[in-house]
Design a protein around this ligand. Structure first.
Ligand SMILES: Cc1ncc(C[n+]2csc(CCOP(=O)(O)OP(=O)(O)O)c2C)c(N)n1
Ligand SMILES: [Mg+2]
Length: 248
């Protein structure tokens, strides 16, 4: 079983996509590059599930996950807190673009305090785990992608917003880098290690390249009655899963 899972992690860490950078590949590069004593801090989005399944922790107290409420915005402020508590360690906030947009201001406090940490920002143009969750429960998806509103559809179906997160971090006084493939990410991680002030690496990843499946599911409220047959079917499916769930 363990050997089987190890093979699966190896596969996902090496996942090569012709159309862009896979999120699980980026996590593999990070795992192999930051060092065994480095601390990662994460909280919300598709990243906690991926890290829970894939992260190979080296030293003790190196995996800091906000599992309680999975509160978006914890990542940057939490990493700053770890940097204050563990001044000799390299500390990394692993954060989605959505969470970063919600709260990133402790980046400025870290510059003020002179306590460096590194922000690994995964840009996949939106709240992609919720987008996945909606579509897995009968919806066509709404409002979770960072796309422009289109007049013809009246929906957010336009081009993806291009947000320059590296420039944003620089404007606050941080150092920053961009990476769109494994080589660039490796180089940026090594360069970030030599920086003395808080640094952000903007990592462009393909939406939908997070881990998925393995019989796991979320108990979310799916409407009991809908004009959409897909929603009605999803409701029935949720009932079936709940009937099989173990009570504890
Ligand atoms: C404060 C807060 N609001 C809402 C949520 C529900 N929620 C969980 S993940 C998520 C989207 C996260 O988007 P992003 O950080 O870009 O991560 P991705 O899923 O794209 O990897 C939302 C809205 C939450 N966990 N915390
Ligand atoms: Mg995102």
């Amino acid at each position: 079983m363990t050997a089987e899972w190890k093979r699966e992690v190896d596969r996902l860490y090496a996942l090569d996509r012709e159309d862009g950078f896979a999120q699980t590949h980026a996590l593999g590069v990070i795992n192999e590059t930051i060092g065994e004593e480095a601390v990662i801090v994460c909280a919300a989005g598709s990243l906690p599930g991926d890290l829970h399944r894939l992260w190979r922790a080296g030293g003790t107290n190196t995996y800091h996950m906000e599992y309680g409420f999975s509160c978006m915005g914890y990542e940057v402020s939490g990493a700053f807190g770890v940097a204050l508590a563990e001044p000799k360690r390299d500390v990394y906030a692993v954060v989605g673009d959505g969470s970063y947009l919600m709260l990133h201001s402790e980046l400025v406090t870290s510059l003020q305090e002179g306590r460096k940490f590194t922000i690994l920002l995964f840009d996949n143009h939106g709240f992609q785990c919720i987008h996945n969750l909606q579509r897995a429960n009968g919806s066509d998806g709404f409002g979770n992608e960072f796309r422009y509103l289109e007049e013809q559809t009246g929906r957010y179906t336009g081009e993806a917003l291009t947000i320059d997160f590296a420039a944003h971090a620089r404007s606050l006084g941080a150092a920053s880098y961009k990476a769109g493939n494994a080589e660039e990410l490796r180089e940026a991680l090594l360069a970030a290690k030599t920086e003395t002030r808080t640094t952000l690496i903007e990592i462009s990843v393909l939406a939908g390249t997070n881990t998925d499946g393995y019989e796991s599911w979320w108990n979310v409220g799916v409407p009991e009655i809908s004009v959409s047959n897909k929603v009605n079917a999803a409701h029935q499916e949720m009932r079936n899963k709940l009937a099989q769930a173990r009570v504890y």
